[in-house]
Design a protein around this ligand. Structure first.
Ligand SMILES: [Zn+2]
Ligand SMILES: [Zn+2]
Length: 466
């Protein structure tokens, strides 16, 4: 049985339950960001109590990778609301333990790690992790085997031929799963509507090298804090062009440190503090920072404000590279933050404005051609598209049928689907209210009042699954 609790019809809040013979595991526990901030809610997550009422005990949480929409809810829910072992790769495990430590619950949590490609068993579930490429180190797919058959949960992925950290996606193992007969695939749909070329981090690295080489002023690269490979590409480009570079932003530095400790990258040539850049010639100065979505207190906003003495003062002749995608709804906030930099004459390169035809960002998700490749290797009988809006899911279902799937089912959040050799069918929905979290109130969980999550059902209306 598969129950995608979140991640359907909207981006974020990926939680998927897998059940067999009355036993359950949860794959990922992420947050979504509210579109409307008027309720001062920072993050949304499914009500964990509702899940427990519906399915009883959950034996384990298994994590695919260290992005907010997959791990962001863990510190609010585990181990006090849901208590079970948490399984993750070492890199994702480091991110999770940092969050639990901040929440003061690390000592109570049962955090276990598995290597990329490693296998382990939880009750009736034989789980094998499979190496993927994505925009964060150590992303994995999970082949989840039970006596009913094997389901491949892809997690987020792309098919980067030259990923710079780690090896390309392990299509050989996925092909072998297909040879053995894959019952179903629960698959990333983010770019299912887009005919994208196959792209690679190596293209971004090469573009950054050209930018760093050709600019006479300070170069700043702004990327997601989890995108360690992008930050390291900027560091490589900076050092090659005779610059010194520092990383600014708490999450970026924490993720880079974790990757260094695990031997995934080498950060020894990166300055310990951005303030160590002071006094250098502009031509010798470079910085990687966070705040890609125009967040109020992030480094990019402070750079734009020009009042933080630890950061370089940007002006005419300097270059800012926005090496990230724009989360829907954030364009206004980003433009507001960039405005003062633009006014001071800083050259701003964005995805849509790269005069030399350079690639300054590539998506971490498979476009249609890569999805088709995944389907042709995995050859699942049934497909459940997840991780997308309704349009993404429908486009992915059509593509899955074209690639030979017997059936592709587009579900809604909380919809239980029985998958077995005899077919795939909808069993009904468990009503899972969406809760809101205010970060400054720590782990306090309040009911979300922001649309479109009004009209939440009462707890006693939850229908337990048989
Ligand atoms: Zn995701
Ligand atoms: Zn992701």
């Amino acid at each position: 049985m598969v129950v995608p609790v979140g991640g359907l019809g909207r981006i974020g809040m990926n939680w998927t339950l897998y059940g067999h013979g009355g036993r359950w595991i949860l794959v990922d526990a992420g947050i979504a960001f509210p579109e409307d901030r008027s309720g001062k809610v920072d993050a949304l997550l499914p009500d964990p109590e509702a899940l427990r009422r519906a399915v009883g005990r959950i034996d384990a949480l298994v994590v695919t990778h260290a992005h907010e929409d997959h791990i962001g809810a863990i510190q609010y829910v585990f181990p006090r609301v849901l208590s079970c072992p948490i399984w993750a790769t070492p890199f994702a495990g480091a991110a999770i333990s940092r969050r639990l430590e901040e929440a003061g619950t690390l000592g109570e949590a049962d955090l276990r790690t598995f290597p990329v490609g490693g296998a382990f068993r939880i009750g009736p579930f034989a789980i094998r992790s499979i190496r993927l490429t994505h925009s964060v180190p150590e992303a994995v797919a999970l082949a989840i085997g039970t006596p009913a058959g094997t389901v491949l949960h892809t997690g987020d992925f792309k098919l980067d031929p030259t990923p710079l950290i780690g090896e390309p996606t392990d299509l050989k193992t996925i092909h072998a799963l297909g040879n053995a007969g894959l019952l179903a695939m629960v698959c990333d749909s983010t770019n299912a509507e887009r005919d994208l070329p196959v792209t690679s981090e190596a293209e971004v690295r090469d573009s950054l090298r050209r930018i760093f080489q050709s600019r006479a002023g300070i170069v700043v690269v702004c990327c997601f804090g989890t995108n360690v490979v992008r930050a390291m590409s900027a560091a490589d480009a900076a050092l090659r062009s005779g610059r010194q570079i520092a990383f600014a932003g708490r999450s970026l530095r924490a993720h880079a440190d974790a990757a260094d400790r695990l031997g995934l990258v080498d950060t020894q040539d990166i300055l310990a503090e951005p303030s160590h850049l002071r006094g250098l010639d502009r031509r010798e100065t470079a910085l990687v920072c966070t705040g890609t979505q125009g967040e109020e207190n992030a480094v990019l906003a402070r750079l734009a404000g020009g009042t933080d003495w630890r950061l370089p003062q940007l002006g005419l002749g300097d270059t800012l590279v926005m090496s990230s995608s724009v989360i829907p709804g954030k364009a206004g906030e980003i433009a507001r933050v960039l405005e003062p930099l633009r006014a001071r004459g800083v050259e701003i390169l964005t995805q849509d404005n790269t005069p030399e035809g350079l690639t300054i960002h590539v998506s971490g998700h498979a476009g249609r051609a890569e999805l088709a490749t995944m389907h042709r290797h995995a050859r699942p009988r049934f497909v459940i598209p997840v991780h997308g809006t309704e349009a993404h899911l429908q486009a992915h279902a059509a593509l899955a049928r074209d690639c030979g799937a017997e059936e592709a089912l587009v579900g809604t959040g909380g919809e239980a689907m029985a998958v077995s050799a005899s077919g795939i069918k909808r069993l009904g929905r468990i009503e899972v209210p969406v809760l809101g979290v205010r970060r400054d109130e720590g782990v306090l969980i309040a009911r979300a009042s922001t649309p479109p999550h009004t009209g939440l059902v009462e707890r006693d209306q939850h229908r337990p699954l048989a």
